[in-house]
Design a protein around this ligand. Structure first.
Ligand code: FE2
Length: 284
């Protein structure tokens, strides 16, 4: 099947073409990790970058954060949301441009992967709060980045889009298994390598690598289960139904690991459904 003239290693190497983390974003990330940082100092660092400031305020006012009061200044956002949420929002601001692209290899129009990724991020954060998996913002970032490998794999799958779709339907195989069969690895593995390139912690890399097979995780097993459940819930509600939605399988051990009964799963889906439909997550 003429999917790509590149070898798997060359596809992995093409991660190098991704834009590096801009200094303004990495300054905010480092400041959020600094124990001696004050609210005023962090706000000043955020304010140095206009689009980052606008994006943080926009996302801080997203329905998913559930603040009755409108957040109008960066200082308010830092106080109300906390340093780790500001860090997540800075990472979101950077990745939005990548995730916002159209992905013809997955049948996703522009904006859809970004919207779906934000839905999974907020849902993963909500599940992490419920199962008391700290830090909850780690679940947010894992949810946000879980499918980032698709940004690179899309162009390699595009040439044989119809054949790949047919293969997925004929064999009733999850889409990431088709990727692995054709390319030698799947979008989850590639996403983990992108996380490593951006120097994210190994637990986060693992959660991205194992988001379709959470049972494989050893470092922090509950984190990929949380991302997998969030991804499944959003998928069931119709978010992100591109090729990856074909023959999507919910890992049977996830509900058990997180002690989620089917009733609790229904409650989760009832809670997130209106927010998924309402929020566009448009950023600058
Ligand atoms: Fe995925």
């Amino acid at each position: 099947m003429p999917v790509s003239k590149l070898t798997p290693q060359e596809i992995v190497d093409s991660i190098g073409e991704l834009p590096p983390m801009p200094t303004a974003i990495s300054d905010v990330i480092n400041a959020c990790d600094d124990q001696d940082m004050t609210v005023g100092q962090l706000s000043q660092i955020v304010l140095k970058d206009q689009s980052l400031t606008a994006n943080i305020l926009k996302l801080a006012n997203s329905a998913f954060y559930g603040h009755a009061r409108r957040v109008t200044t960066v200082t308010e956002a830092v106080v109300l949301l906390g340093f780790s949420a500001i860090k997540s929002l800075a990472i979101s601001s950077h990745t939005a441009r990548l995730l916002n692209r159209s992905l013809p290899g997955y049948g996703l129009p522009a904006g859809q992967l970004w919207h779906q990724s934000m839905c999974v991020a907020f849902t993963a954060r909500r599940i992490a709060v419920e199962v008391q998996l700290a830090p909850v913002e780690e679940a947010f970032v894992a949810g946000l980045l879980h499918d980032i490998g698709k940004v690179i794999l899309s162009s390699h799958l595009e040439a044989a889009f119809n054949e790949v779709q047919q293969l997925a339907m004929d064999r009733q195989m999850p889409f990431h298994h088709i990727e692995a069969e054709i390319l030698g690895f799947d979008h989850a593995e590639l996403g983990a390598r992108i996380a490593a390139k951006w120097s994210f912690p190994p637990e986060l890399e693992e959660a991205i690598r194992c988001h379709h097979d959470p049972e494989q995780a050893t470092l922090k097993p509950l984190l990929p289960h949380v991302v997998h459940l969030a991804d499944s819930a959003c998928m069931m509600l119709g978010q992100g139904i591109g090729s990856d939605g074909l023959a999507y399988e919910v890992c049977p051990s996830t509900l058990e690991a997180l002690e989620f009964t089917p009733e609790r799963m229904m409650e989760l889906m009832d809670d997130i459904a209106p927010m998924l439909a309402a929020d566009s997550f448009g950023i600058e």
